[in-house]
Design a protein around this ligand. Structure first.
Ligand code: ZN
Length: 134
């Protein structure tokens, strides 16, 4: 597979509104927008840094994956996303290598990107996301 860049770092927070000021006022980033991804029960807020971005993730439901993550491990870095050239080829390659995947097929994530998650058991505890943007 060909990884092009780190696309974003996903950070789980209780409330985007309570955490975004650190990234804007202290770190000097710009909050360029937010988007709710209903399927993932998450509100995502974007803070670009060069070709990558920080994404703050707030659960829109108590049973969403971000709420469960915070319940277990508290607020913090929840996943790291790598931009790949061809996500279908990357997933085929990972399957051929016997890597456990959460998403066998790419689905649509925030910003219309095609995304898929690897299983943390296959990555020594790091939730890795692949994404393809066209
Ligand atoms: Zn992500």
């Amino acid at each position: 597979m060909k990884i092009l860049k780190i696309d974003h770092i996903g950070i789980a927070v209780n409330k985007v509104d309570e955490r975004k000021n650190f990234w804007t006022d202290v770190m000097g980033l710009t909050h360029t927008g937010s988007e709710t991804v209903e399927e993932q029960k998450v509100l995502t807020a974007f803070f670009p840094i060069g070709e990558s971005e920080v994404e703050l993730l707030e659960s829109t439901s108590p049973d969403g994956p971000i709420a469960k993550y915070i319940e277990k491990r508290g607020e913090g870095i929840q996943h790291i996303a790598f931009c790949v050239e061809d996500i279908d080829a990357a997933l085929d390659e990972l399957k051929a290598k016997g890597i456990k995947l959460i998403d066998e097929k790419a689905r649509i994530g925030a910003g219309g990107a095609r995304i898929a998650f690897l299983h943390p058991k296959a990555t020594n505890g790091i939730l890795v996301e692949l994404c393809e943007r066209k």
